[in-house]
Design a protein around this ligand. Structure first.
Ligand code: FAD
Length: 218
């Protein structure tokens, strides 16, 4: 490319072209140089913006190299190292409110779902299956939050937050509703929990539970 052409192209860049506009034109025109992804990210609330950038970096560094291998040998895959890295990165406690989680009060007021959704989007960009493996945990947490029971929330979230954030524990929470005879049709649930002294006896069969460990909350 000759010098004259290079100079002309430089002048045509939105940032430089905008200098020819008057003050109102400059005010109305967004001439920052950034990708469509970055532009989109800038429109998000602060918490979602921060977590989207972190999720992109995490997905490129930790999910991208695993994806082909998991595809080829799904049965040999041990998800614990990945879950552990996600835990240390704060992704497993993203939906909990501070100080027992990584969501700020402002994020909660704006709707924490958006923050979780942008993380899911970035993870799934690299691998849909591994994204589900990491994000299904939030489905397991949701009933605890929705229970609105302060005692239950503290009893389960505080130890989980400490183990996850500081020890990188690969533990996850799960939601086990689906049964061989009950999918969308939850009225068909056959599993029964009966109290036996200080314990519960749970009889029934569950399928499709997406996680390693099941916490039954009494
Ligand atoms: C990857 C994956 C992960 C999962 N993880 C979990 C998990 O962690 N925990 C958990 O509990 N479950 C989990 N599930 C199960 C999932 O939630 C169920 O698959 C879901 O509830 C649907 O049930 P089903 O597959 O039996 O489909 P069905 O309920 O048999 O539905 C099949 C189709 O029939 C339609 N249908 C159903 N009932 C009616 C009706 N009355 N009228 C008209 N149409 C109807 C449905 O819309 C659907 O299109 C997981 C599933 C998948 C694929």
């Amino acid at each position: 490319m000759n010098d004259a052409l290079a100079e002309r192209l430089e002048r045509l860049k939105p940032r430089n072209a905008a200098t020819a506009l008057d003050w109102l034109g400059r005010l109305l025109m967004d001439n920052r140089e950034m990708s469509a992804w970055e532009h989109d990210t800038c429109t998000l609330p602060r918490g979602a913006r921060r977590w989207r950038r972190r999720a992109l970096a995490f997905a490129r560094e930790h999910i991208r190299p695993l994806a082909p291998e998991v595809d080829l040998h799904p049965d040999d895959f041990d998800p614990r190292p990945l879950l552990s890295k996600a835990a240390r990165g704060g992704f497993q406690t993203l939906i909990f409110i501070s100080p027992i989680g990584r969501a700020s009060i402002a994020t909660y007021l704006q709707g924490v779902g958006l923050q979780v959704a942008v993380v899911a989007e970035e993870f799934a960009t690299e691998c849909g299956g591994l994204a589900l493996r990491l994000m299904a945990h939030n489905l397991g947490i949701a009933p605890l939050i929705l229970s609105g029971n302060f005692h239950t929330i503290l009893r389960h979230f505080v130890p989980y937050y400490l183990k996850s954030t500081f020890l990188g524990s690969p533990e996850v929470m799960a939601y086990a509703i689906t049964e061989p005879g009950a999918g969308s049709d939850l009225a068909g649930l056959a599993t029964r929990a009966e109290r036996d002294g200080d314990e519960w006896i749970v009889n029934g069969q569950k399928v499709w539970t997406s996680d390693l460990m099941l916490w039954i909350v009494s």
